[in-house]
Write a protein that binds this ligand. Structure first.
Ligand code: C2E
Ligand code: MG
Ligand code: MG
Ligand code: MG
Length: 285
């Protein structure tokens, strides 16, 4: 009986695993095609400096437009890309594209608009990562100060000293580092000391709530703002979806905000217009 049960269970899991594997292999195959056939795009979401009432940056978010399946969410393909190593090529493509676009903004007179690019722990582990970033900055001519890398806490499951040292090279050049999704990952605070980061991003789950316009978790949000300021870092709240959330964050000294309430991710030309208008510059053609 027990034996049968176990075998049944094993078969069940094994089948589920097989399905997932098939699915992931399929996603991987399609994603390779996507990279080759220009099905990937990058959208940009404005980041607002609350003190200066200006858009001071934009986050680059990859988009996959599949010819048959339509738009596929990053949540569906980024994890697969990480597992298969495809994230190295994909991430490099996003970084290169984002830096080229940011250089264009700079040339159009948006001189302080920084581009924030998500970096997977898998990319960071790769030997070539630092050299890739350096090369891309050189080739695009983007001032290093206008590039920000968003790292998640998962990066710091590994040696913070090693990463700190390598990332230090980029920071020395002027690149900014941010901890993304702060509060959801590996919650050791040691890396705040060991790594040359400038900013924390409060994860969306503490900000936008399913059940109303208030802040999802005001106590945690306030604590993260205080923690950031106490250790000399800036803090950005992501996922701001209501006026009430915005007001709460502003009144508690949150430096920067990003979210659907202010602006959704958009194409680069839209971002350029939107920012020029918001910041009160002449609209670039
Ligand atoms: P993330 O880096 O935390 O990016 C923020 C996500 O929240 C984006 O989802 C953005 O569209 C969404 N968002 C922004 N404001 C709001 C809001 O007010 N409400 C709600 N509900 N959502 C909001 P997206 O574009 O689907 O990306 C999801 C995740 O996929 C990102 O989370 C990031 O971890 C990953 N990702 C996206 N692009 C890249 C990339 O180029 N490279 C890597 N490694 N990861 C990426
Ligand atoms: Mg991010
Ligand atoms: Mg985030
Ligand atoms: Mg997040």
């Amino acid at each position: 009986e027990a034996k049968h049960h176990c075998r049944g269970t094993f078969r069940f899991y094994s089948q589920a695993l097989q399905d997932r594997l098939d699915h992931e292999l399929e996603i991987e195959r399609q994603l390779r095609e996507a990279l080759r056939h220009e099905q990937l795009k990058v959208h940009f979401q404005p980041q607002f400096d609350m003190t200066r009432q200006r858009i001071c940056g934009a986050e680059a978010l990859v988009r996959w437009f599949h010819p048959e399946l339509g738009q596929i969410e990053p949540a569906q393909f980024i994890p697969v890309a990480e597992k298969t190593g495809l994230i190295i090529a994909l991430g490099r493509w996003v970084l290169e594209h984002a830096c080229r676009v940011a250089r264009l903004w700079y040339d159009r007179g948006l001189l302080d608009l920084r581009i924030a690019v998500n970096v997977s722990p898998v990319q960071l582990r790769c030997e070539d990562f630092i050299a890739d970033v350096t090369r891309i900055l050189d080739e695009t001519g983007l001032p290093a100060d206008l590039l920000e890398l968003e790292l998640t806490e998962h990066v710091f499951l590994e040696s913070t000293k090693t990463h700190g040292h390598r990332l230090g090279e980029l920071v020395h050049r002027g690149v900014h580092l941010t901890i993304d999704d702060f509060g959801t990952g590996f919650s050791s605070l040691r890396y705040l000391r060991d790594l040359p980061v400038q900013r924390l991003k409060i994860d969306r789950c503490f900000v936008s709530a399913d059940d109303g316009p208030g802040l999802a978790d005001p106590a945690i949000a306030k604590s993260i703002i205080a923690l950031a300021h106490n250790v000399g870092l800036e803090v950005l709240a992501e996922g701001v979806e209501s006026e009430e959330q915005l007001a709460f964050l502003t009144s508690h000294g949150c430096n920067l905000v990003q979210g659907f309430f202010m602006a959704r991710p958009r194409e680069q030309s839209d971002l350029l217009m939107f920012t020029a208008q918001f910041n009160g510059q002449a609209t670039p053609n």
